[in-house]
Design a protein around this ligand. Structure first.
Ligand SMILES: *Cc1c(COP(=O)(O)O)cnc(C)c1O
Length: 233
């Protein structure tokens, strides 16, 4: 069943209330948690409606689909986040269209984004996606590479390394959700202790964002809980 955009307002109210409650419960300022609306497979009109309700951050996984939507919605002051797997031949389009990239997992991609970021644009905000739970055929930098990768990316021009992202396998058990998110927070703290100044933990989706907020998420990426079920791309 498709949940139409007519439910967007009530979904958004519900999500904002849950974000606020999770933050307060964790002793955090709710303003420290940014809702990133994942609009992949959703039509531009749904993005426009969410924007009229005050959402400014939108995330996409597929470059071509995103480029079309971004073009159609140029009149709106939106920030676009790329969260999908990155093929080397798509880095130019990503560097040209997005304000943030959450899913960088290797230095070669970061180098290309750095070289291809348009000179008139501000630095591209970037997170390293970490493979906390190794799964075959999944993106994410191996834990063993993280420190070296962060140091190398931090030194590239035209990019601003902001923090870490994870995409753990879904589990309904809140203790298990929190354990993975706590690990990402500890990794960020470890990098900062070495002298980096990272301020972003991109973690938590529709099924686990409250656990992520409890563990320090600054950006929650929420798709289905906001827009309803997706059509398969
Ligand atoms: C699709 C996607 C999301 C949103 O997932 P929902 O469960 O629909 O909230 C978040 N992050 C990434 C990387 C995604 O690909």
């Amino acid at each position: 069943m498709l949940t139409g955009p007519h439910n967007l307002g009530s979904h958004l109210r519900d999500i904002r209330a849950r974000i606020e409650q999770a933050a307060v419960q964790a002793g955090r300022d709710p303003a420290g948690v940014t809702l990133v609306a994942v609009s992949k497979t959703q039509p531009a009109e749904s993005v426009r409606e969410a924007a009229t309700l005050g959402v400014t951050e939108f995330a996409e996984n597929y470059v071509r689909e995103a480029a079309d939507k971004i073009e159609v919605l140029r009149d709106l002051p939106l920030n676009w986040h790329f969260i999908g797997a990155i093929q080397a031949n798509k880095t130019r389009a990503i560097a040209g269209h997005f304000a943030w990239v959450h899913s960088v997992d290797r230095l070669s991609v970061a180098r290309r984004l750095s070289e291809q970021r348009p000179f008139h644009a501000p630095a591209l905000n970037l997170c390293i996606q970490v493979a906390l739970v190794p799964e075959p055929h999944k993106s994410g930098a191996p834990l063993a590479d993280l420190t070296e990768l962060a140091d190398a990316i931090g030194a590239l021009p035209r990019l601003k390394l902001r923090g870490l992202m994870c995409l753990p396998p879904a589990t309904p058990e809140i203790g298990a959700q929190r354990a993975v998110f706590a690990r990402l927070r500890q990794l960020l703290e470890g990098l900062n202790a070495r002298g980096l100044a990272l301020d972003t933990l991109s973690m938590g989706m529709s099924g686990d964002f409250e656990a992520a907020i409890a563990e320090g998420a600054t950006h929650v990426r929420i798709g289905t809980a906001l827009f309803g079920l997706r059509q398969q791309p």
